[in-house]
Ligand binder design. Structure first.
Ligand code: IMP
Length: 175
């Protein structure tokens, strides 16, 4: 494993406060109605599991596996590694992403879910890099907007590692 020099960037405390805030907003929005919450694998598993515990609604869980990132820059190609196990037609859907970088993955996911005719689609991303956007991508709820730098932790990886950090760190001296 490559050992990176990681500088703490968004603390565990700040993340948990933001997750609770988003959860409260979504609880009001869904008003206790049934919601299918989709976890985008692998990066959003930690954010997703914290967030759904803060939402007061009847939630069922679905997992959508995609891979679009190799090393430290987006490849631009989205590959489905695990499709949804159940139809979402006629249901309220909450799509939970870790980070929106170029927007290509979120765009792909939104189109894919819209084509399955949900009753509504709400999007949430913990992080967004507005300067990196390559395609228009409007996210309903964003935790933190960050600069165009590579981050790891709280689900986000570098070559598969660092997902288990409880905070988000900025990678230093990265080529
Ligand atoms: P996009 O398609 O370029 O928006 O890339 C989205 C995916 O790339 C995310 O779901 C992440 O898995 C990954 N990604 C983007 N930026 C970072 C980063 O700074 N650190 C780790 N993974 C990232």
């Amino acid at each position: 494993m490559t050992h990176l020099d990681i500088k703490p960037y968004i603390s565990e405390e700040k993340i948990q406060k933001k997750v609770a805030e988003i959860g409260a907003t979504l609880s009001k929005k869904f008003k206790g109605e049934p919601v299918v919450a989709i976890c985008v694998l692998k990066g959003s598993f930690m954010f997703y599991s914290d967030l759904i515990r803060e939402i007061n609604a009847d939630i069922t869980c679905e997992f959508f596996g995609v891979s679009s990132y190799h090393g430290s820059s987006s490849s631009g190609e989205v590959k489905v590694t695990l499709d949804l196990a159940n139809p979402v037609e006629g249901k309220h859907v909450l799509l939970v992403e870790d980070i929106v970088d170029t927007g290509l993955t979120m765009n792909y996911l939104m189109n894919s879910i819209q084509s399955r005719k949900p009753k509504s689609l709400t999007t949430v991303a913990l992080l967004e890099k507005p300067e990196a956007l390559k395609v228009p991508c409007k996210i309903d709820h964003v935790g933190f907007q960050i600069s165009n730098e590579f981050v790891v932790g709280y689900g986000l990886d570098y070559q598969g590692y660092y997902r288990n950090l409880p905070y988000i760190g900025q990678v230093q001296n990265f080529q």
